[in-house]
Design a protein around this ligand. Sequence first.
Ligand code: TA6
Length: 300
Amino acid sequence: MSNQALNAALGIVKGLSTVALSDSNKGPLLIVENEMAHCQISLFGGHVLSFTPKHDMRERLWLSERAIFDGKTPIRGGIPICWPWFSAHHSQLQAPSHGYARNQYWQLTSANEQSQKTSLRLTPTTTDGFGYENLAVSLEITISNTLELNLVTTNKGDNPTPVTQALHTYLAVSDIDNIELEGVDASYMNKLDASKQNPCPNPYLFTQETDRIHVYNNADDTLRIEINDSCVNNTTKIEQQGHDSIVVWNPWKDKSATMKDMEANGYRTMVCVEAANTVESDHKLVIAAGATHVLTQRIS
Ligand code: TA6
């Protein structure tokens, strides 16, 4: 990360009491501590790594013990920002999976705080590349007893631009055998066999590798999801807006064994529930010239 960007971040945080900039073994991190929660955000990828509300001191996010912090590799866990495409690029197969926003440093561009709420705004170093030069993107993160992310994309160009994206959130669970997902009810495309219109399981339990794109076509509605963890009797609540898809992923044992940044049984204590806009949607996101789209996820 450039010294200029680091100094700019330092200049913003020095006037704040709830935000510090730490250059740790995980790279440059924004550490947020207010009355309501503790949060860590890596400037690499604009990547939220940790969110712990103080009312129960339970970490909501999962981070791989083998996550790689080399400033080049996408960090395994937390909330990767998949932008300006989700999964493989539609035509350029050598392009990085899940876009290039998570593979670069982001800059802190503004911050404001109250005793119970801290708000940060970050932007990536560049949106150049692969035909997305006319897009501007920023990530607005609000930390209180709820973690809210708004991924804001503006089309500054003259032509409508298709965008796929995801807040690829890794949630921490006590054990994958103990959880039930509630609030997801749309049929799904199974990425494991490309079958479509699969009925949503009810109850939504996890017994095998799971890689599903549930398609929702009412992007304006707020979708409320819960991860009920019976073993420890707690519930992680998720709200989403601006999505047309919900991606649910757990790599399970065999896939995990092929991932260098995933510990052997890591899959047992995580599940991804992602707010997304995907090509699988019947109402694919195309951002009109001059328009702005916001993808929102709230975790509590
Ligand atoms: O969101 C699910 C998914 O698209 C899976 O297919 C799997 O590839 C996962 O993302 C992780 O992708 P990554 O590039 O971070 O290893």
